[in-house]
Design a protein around this ligand. Structure first.
Ligand code: CTP
Length: 445
């Protein structure tokens, strides 16, 4: 019996997939089809697969060509499968010519001619117009953000707004954006969605105006500095039927999402304590060190450390206490925050003028999770137990500077896949704003 194997995502199943499977089956007597998991696609940078794994399996099954369907979930699996299943022929479309020659050591490799004029990417883009994204602000974060937009399909950076037109022009020229403006109304006309990358205290007004103009909003963290403002913006977004998302990049990283899921799975028992530290020594002339009202380490870095705490311990803490070391202007150079819950504690440490080990420890009744610096760009973490010899180590792929994951989820949400909200819920964003408000009140007093 001649055994053939082929692999793919088979997203939005189309004629090209059908033809490929038909011809793959005709190469032998038994066809195995490997279908990629979402996680694997994500880790290899394919961020916008639309159909769920079950839908994609069902579509392949319905063709009747596959004698067996397997799941592909990691790099190197093809070499394993070919040996495990005793494969004679590996086949794939001609878009991959040469890429799988390394498998010739194990079996015959056949590249089948690709069907012209159709692909999942084409279909993904066809049914919906490409989202035109406008960037509000043209500083440091905007510069890091714009190139990452190009890594996500279905969205394109189109315009930039800055009340200082020269600054907008500079960014537009640097990244070849079509428009730069200093008039918000004109800017809104050119875009479907906005990314707000301005100083914290200006977020609320920009977000409100953008939502009122019917634009989807991805807003840098901290989204706002008052609970009531966050509540108002989420209500407004709902009323307007648009997406409002807080851009805490960590929340959307595959590794962080996996770590949160694992922490909740019971492997470390009940969670009783979360300690999160993020410090960054910085130059004295930057905004966060100069702005006496809204600058400082808590407003700058607090959202990162608060994220795992709120995700795992909840938004219902009994008490929150801030202790800060301040500079002559009253700006916190280092803040230690303690939260008391009914059934546990949490501590966060943030510094712009004090450096510490940036780690995250999630302590449970059976073990703990340790994620080393930079845990906020989650690439790896350990699950550890009483027995020091027992350590489960997790490595997760992390591409670029991580911003592409939040952009990809933003696109999913705009296209109506609301399931993605769990990564950063409105209630969590509101709790962030609430903590910011409490901190700023306590610093003032
Ligand atoms: N394929 C094909 N003809 C097409 C499209 C895909 O023969 N027009 C083949 C691919 O070469 C591969 C298999 O179908 O062997 C599954 O490909 P997949 O990557 O899932 O589909 P694409 O349409 O290429 O997806 P994307 O646009 O996301 O890359």
């Amino acid at each position: 019996m001649k055994k053939v194997i082929t692999y793919g995502s088979f997203d939005l199943f189309h004629e090209g997939h059908y033809n490929l499977l038909k011809r793959a089956k005709a190469l032998g007597d038994y066809l195995i089809v490997g279908i990629t998991t979402e996680h694997y696609d994500e880790s290899r940078g394919k961020l916008n697969v639309v159909d769920s794994l079950m839908e994609r399996i069902e579509n392949v099954r319905k063709t009747g060509f596959a004698d067996e369907i397997i799941i592909e979930d990691h790099v190197g699996q093809k070499v394993e499968d070919i040996q495990k299943y005793g494969i004679d022929i590996f086949t794939v479309g001609s878009d991959w010519i040469g890429k799988f020659d390394y498998l010739k050591e194990f079996c015959e490799v056949v590249y089948l001619k690709r069907t012209k004029g159709v692909s999942s990417t084409m279909l993904r883009n066809k049914n919906r117009s490409i989202i035109r994204l406008g960037v509000i602000g043209s500083g440091r974060i905007a510069r890091r953000f714009v190139p990452e937009v190009d890594r996500v399909s279905g969205i394109t950076p189109t315009a930039v707004y800055n009340p200082h037109i020269e600054s907008a022009q500079k960014l537009a020229e640097e990244f070849d954006l079509e428009f730069y403006m200093d008039q918000l109304e004109v800017f809104f006309d050119k875009v479907d969605a906005v990314y707000i990358a301005t100083p914290h205290e200006t977020h609320y007004e920009y977000a409100r105006k953008a939502l009122l103009a019917g634009k989807h909003v991805l807003c840098e963290k901290p989204m706002v500095l008052k609970r009531a403002e966050a509540e108002e913006l989420f209500d407004l977004a709902k009323k307007q039927g648009v997406v409002l998302m807080e851009a805490i990049k960590t929340a959307y990283c595959p590794g962080f999402v996996q770590m949160m899921g694992l922490a909740r799975s019971g492997v470390i028992g009940n969670i009783r304590d979360v300690e999160a530290c993020f410090t960054r020594l910085t130059r004295s002339e930057v905004r966060e060190m100069k702005d006496k009202v809204y600058g400082g380490s808590f407003t700058e870095l607090g959202t990162y450390t608060l994220l795992p705490i709120i995700k795992l311990m909840g938004t219902n803490y009994r008490e929150i206490r801030f202790d800060s070391l301040k500079d002559d202007n009253g700006l916190d150079l280092y803040t230690k925050t303690n939260l008391i819950y009914d059934r546990g504690f949490a501590t966060m440490k943030n510094g712009l003028g004090v450096k510490s080990e940036g780690q995250l420890i999630i302590a449970g009744t059976k073990g703990y999770i340790l994620a080393q610096s930079p845990w906020w760009l989650t690439r790896s973490f350990d699950v550890r137990y009483e027995d020091p010899n027992k350590v489960d180590h997790y490595n997760v792929n992390f591409l670029g500077n991580g911003l592409r994951y939040e952009i990809s989820d933003f696109v999913y949400m705009i296209n109506g896949y609301e399931g993605r909200t769990f990564k950063m819920t409105p209630a969590e964003s509101i709790a962030m704003a609430d903590a910011m408000e409490k901190f700023l009140d306590s610093r003032k007093s």
